[in-house]
Design a protein around this ligand. Structure first.
Ligand SMILES: Nc1ncnc2c1ncn2[C@@H]1O[C@H](COP(=O)(O)OP(=O)(O)OP(=O)(O)O)[C@@H](O)[C@H]1O
Ligand SMILES: [Mg+2]
Length: 262
């Protein structure tokens, strides 16, 4: 049985979110809360609606119904850059990096999507004054250092290993100093060593006081680092709880974990 969580003090509130694609009910009245400072995972089989849920939270899709609140501010109806401006930043399952641009330029583009100015103004701001550019670059350096990307800052992203490309995606999200990060399959395509490194990094990001909503298929990673887990299946929430509760949930085992080599 799903234990209702305490809605008091929640940072993100997802209320009855709904999305149809034609006749397909991709997200079916999904509700849950995310308390501040935790890692909450959203798991479920392929096509369960996880990315669609992220797209609705982050303003990429307009929900068919329902609402998302962040710190009691209604996010629903906002554009992605406005959601980012509130401190909620997402990464993408399929990396959206510009392969021909350097690591630094990819990250600065992420930085300028924050705030009222919007993406286009951000692009123009990149060209503004050299001094501003220098200041912006300096702000990025500690993040690059933390991600072991400092020596690669002028390298074209297309020439990086996949693991480092994923790290650039993370850096781009972090440089906006988000209160909340939505990570969509950050371990996809990573080897064991890179996954272990990612696991440490996600926990460090949480320990900085940020809140993380994590979509991930790597069950050992999810069970190791998550404080709470939501399980989706065919667009519906079928379970919610702590990792141990999810691992012992019969419906989850039957529908989802049973098919995993966990
Ligand atoms: N833009 C779209 N147009 C039509 N159908 C879509 C669209 N986006 C997603 N879908 C469908 O909605 C359902 C949910 O997709 P979604 O990408 O949210 O799943 P997911 O849980 O992220 O899966 P995965 O683990 O494979 O990434 C799937 O059946 C998918 O084919
Ligand atoms: Mg997905």
């Amino acid at each position: 049985m799903t234990k209702p969580l305490n809605t008091f003090n929640s940072l993100l509130q997802i209320q009855k979110l709904d999305k149809f694609f034609g006749g397909l009910h991709a997200v079916n009245s999904v509700s849950f809360d995310v308390k501040p400072g935790i890692i909450k995972a959203v798991i479920g089989p392929n096509g369960a609606g996880k990315t669609t849920l992220f797209n609705m939270i982050a303003g990429y899709y307009t929900p068919g119904g329902g609402q998302v609140f962040f710190k009691d501010v209604l996010l629903t109806g906002m554009q992605p850059f406005q959601v980012a401006g509130k401190g909620v930043f997402r990464t993408f399952q399929n990396l959206k990096l510009s392969h021909r641009l350097s690591v630094m330029d990819n990250i600065l583009l992420g930085r300028h999507t924050r705030g009222q100015a919007g993406f286009l103004a951000g692009m123009l701001a990149l060209k503004k004054s050299r001094r501003e550019e220098k200041e912006a670059e300096e702000a990025v350096l500690p993040i690059l250092e933390w991600l072991n990307l400092l020596d690669l800052k002028d390298t074209e992203v297309g020439n990086l290993s996949f693991g480092n490309q994923r790290a650039v995606e993370l850096a781009r999200a972090l440089v906006s100093d988000p209160a909340m990060l939505l990570l969509d399959e950050p371990a996809a395509g990573l080897n064991m060593h890179e996954t272990e490194e990612l696991s440490q990094r996600i926990q460090e990001i949480r320990d900085q006081g940020r809140t993380i909503l994590l979509v991930e298929h790597d069950m050992s990673l999810v069970m190791e680092i998550s404080d709470e887990i939501v399980v989706l299946n065919f667009g519906q929430k079928i379970a919610e709880g702590k990792p141990k509760e999810i691992q012992e949930n019969e419906e989850v085992i039957r529908i989802y974990l049973g098919g995993e080599d966990a």
